[in-house]
Design a protein around this ligand. Structure first.
Ligand code: MN3
Length: 202
């Protein structure tokens, strides 16, 4: 059995003073070297603890470590995108991105305005996110108030199981594990899952 590789703190693509005066050197060092590094550490710890739980067959702390995994994992992914999404030179949207902004928002300025208004509306801590919604092919602006509530950002779902009570209660009542096990043993279209894995890696 392979052990998953550990995550590491990505290096910045520019020097620590390159974004000043918008982001000062002190702030960038603190944010990258301390805050982001803490997410990476937490992500790896959660991954290791989940591995220990699997090895021991002891899932008593699964809720805790799943939440830790989502919280630190999303923090790591979002900060990595954040650093990569900035450049000392700045720039303008062009090509395919420019066209997509036109289709989805009516242009660059409406997109930027919506981004500003959306992030203004984020309660307390959070993120503004410009994202690609693959089902309709739209660009969308989202606010992420609790990034961990959206699992690990950037993962590609391969298989999902509905565990809202409406999905199983008429037959399985409070026996959710029985529903989930039956689902996995009898219902899953593994060919579809495999195709999604291939597509996700392409
Ligand atoms: Mn941060």
């Amino acid at each position: 059995m392979d052990t998953p590789k550990l995550y590491s703190l990505p290096k910045l693509g520019y020097s620590y003073n390159a974004l000043a005066p918008v982001i000062s050197e002190d702030l960038l060092r603190l944010h990258h070297d301390k805050h982001h590094a803490a997410y990476v550490k937490g992500f790896n710890t959660a991954m290791e603890e989940l591995g220990k739980a699997r090895a021991a067959g002891d899932y008593r702390l699964i809720k805790h470590w799943s939440k830790e995994f989502a919280f630190h994992g999303s923090g790591h992914v979002l900060h990595s995108l954040y650093w990569a999404g900035m450049s000392p030179k700045g720039g303008e949207p062009k090509g395919e991105l420019l066209e997509a902004m036109g289709r989805s928002f009516g242009g660059v300025e409406p997109c930027k305005t919506q981004f500003v208004e959306t992030t203004k509306a984020v309660e307390a801590s959070g993120w503004g996110v410009l994202a690609y919604e693959p089902y309709m092919g739209h660009l969308v602006v989202l606010q992420a108030e609790k990034h961990q509530d959206l699992t690990v950002w950037g993962v590609v779902p391969l298989l999902v199981c509905d565990v809202w009570e409406h999905a199983y209660y008429l037959k399985y009542q409070n026996k959710r594990p029985e529903w989930t096990k039956t689902f996995l043993e009898n219902l899953v279209n593994w060919d579809d899952v495999a195709e999604r894995l291939t597509a996700a890696k392409a």
